[in-house]
Ligand binder design. Structure first.
Ligand code: SAH
Length: 417
């Protein structure tokens, strides 16, 4: 018989014997669950060595001994030798420690579930008889798909503490709302939404989810921030899960920080699900990489509300890309200040309205013509304005890019290490 339990392995010692492909795969999963993994193998694989050199695991490079299992909460026997795995399973049995035997699932005392996750739910499948991992994985996939498809109502049933989840919905295209954001929406009793972002998707929520629109636009009267804070806190204190649904990313000119303060001050639990900010996604969709080796190595994201801010002019003069939000009305001032400071008159400027939506429009100009060109075209908010050489028409065409780029050493590779 098999009893399914959820183990909390965070910070707990797990010994994985065998650092080949199977052991490494299991280790990755255990690390995702924040276990403290010790890998034992006389000849570890290159992957295992890399993990050890990054400090992700402790590596013991010799044949396993019974004493290696001391203090382990869980043991995974994952060598390619069934006899060694059986030995490790027997030692674990003697020590009263759960053991997963990778070469013979039926002989260990525990089985790893084919596991999936949806928000705060772990979804696991194990077979109680002959192990058949692919079959278990297929069932797991079906279950996760079903839950993720939004067919299961994930709102809390048990009355509990209310909370606020700040969710960034991306620039507008529902494909750019993260899976985390979607999951958070499925848990909402109340959604407090902005006008910008992927708001169409809110129609799919169950009828009894309350949707409060506090959307702001330059022409209508916005709900004051203090009132929004009050709405969030009031619902959460009444025990509801409140999703504060915001365009782009909540912390990029989204006043998310102020909402967090208001919640904390009222003793309300608050979480964040970051979103894809329009500052980077909207240029990307218009063929503008905000950085490019040899062309622009830094980027300033700023708000047009600051007007002709000296930092903006300095960044332009230094060759950085400048991404301006909320800058349609202040664009003439910003261009004039940059020109006065000696920034090249032919510096490319692009304005992208309603990026990622069916109404997206890109208008291009130069620094010295941008104010007139944008006004003539009738550019209106919401729009992202990009200034910099990366905003040149056809920048991603090889020839255009080559004429703009300074030579860079191929050895100066970007690395994520
Ligand atoms: N938190 C948001 C920004 C909110 S400020 C984010 O991270 O994207 C509002 C400004 O964002 C708008 O005035 C506009 O400059 C920009 N913006 C948001 N969505 C946009 C879109 N789809 N297309 C163009 N600009 C957008």
């Amino acid at each position: 018989m098999t009893t399914l339990v959820g183990l909390d392995l965070a910070g707990r010692r797990v010994v994985v014997v065998g650092a080949g492909a199977v052991g490494v795969r299991r280790t990755r999963r255990l690390l995702e669950d924040a276990a403290r993994v010790v890998l034992v193998d006389p000849e570890p694989s290159a992957d295992a060595r890399r993990m050890a050199s990054h400090g992700d695991v402790a590596l013991v490079e010799r044949a396993v001994r019974a004493a290696d299992l001391d203090g382990a909460w869980l043991v995974v026997a994952a060598t390619s030798d069934p006899a060694t795995n059986a030995q490790v399973a027997a030692w674990s049995e003697g020590a009263g420690t759960w053991c997963v035997n990778a070469s013979d699932g039926a002989s260990g005392s525990a089985r790893m579930a084919a596991a999936g996750r949806h928000g705060d739910l772990a979804i696991g499948v194990v077979s109680t008889e002959e192990p058949d991992p692919r079959r278990a994985a297929a069932v797991r996939d079906a279950l996760v798909r079903h839950v993720s498809a939004g067919e299961v109502d994930l709102r809390r049933r048990r009355p509990g503490q209310g909370r606020v989840v700040l969710v960034g919905s991306g620039p507008g295209d529902p494909d750019l709302l993260t899976t985390g954001g979607r999951e958070a929406l499925r848990t909402a009793d109340v959604v407090v939404t902005d006008r910008l972002g992927a708001t169409g998707i809110l129609d799919q929520l169950p009828d009894d989810v309350e949707v409060v629109d506090v959307g702001k636009s330059p022409t209508n009267h916005p709900v004051p921030q203090a009132e929004i804070n009050r709405i969030l806190v009031e619902h959460a204190l009444a025990g509801r899960t409140v999703v504060r649904y915001k365009g782009g990313d909540p912390y990029v000119f989204g006043r998310g920080g102020e909402e967090v303060h208001a919640c904390r001050a009222a003793g309300v639990m608050v979480e964040i699900v970051p979103g894809i900010t329009s500052a980077f996604a909207v240029p990307a969709l218009a063929g503008i990489p905000v950085t490019q080796r040899g062309v622009a190595t830094s980027v300033l994201v700023t708000s047009g509300h600051a007007g002709a801010d000296p930092a903006t002019v300095e960044a332009l003069a230094a060759g950085a890309t400048v991404v301006l939000l909320m800058a349609v009305s202040s664009l003439p001032d910003i261009c004039a200040a940059a020109l006065a400071a000696g920034v090249d008159a032919d510096l490319p400027v692009a304005a992208i309205e309603r990026g990622s939506t069916a109404h997206e429009r890109v208008t291009r100009a130069r620094l010295d013509t941008a104010a007139d060109v944008m006004a003539d075209a009738g550019v209106r908010p919401p729009a992202i304005v990009v200034m910099g050489r990366v905003a040149a028409e056809g920048f991603l065409d090889d020839e255009v890019c080559a004429t703009l780029a300074r030579p860079v050493s191929p050895d100066a590779a970007d690395t994520d290490d």
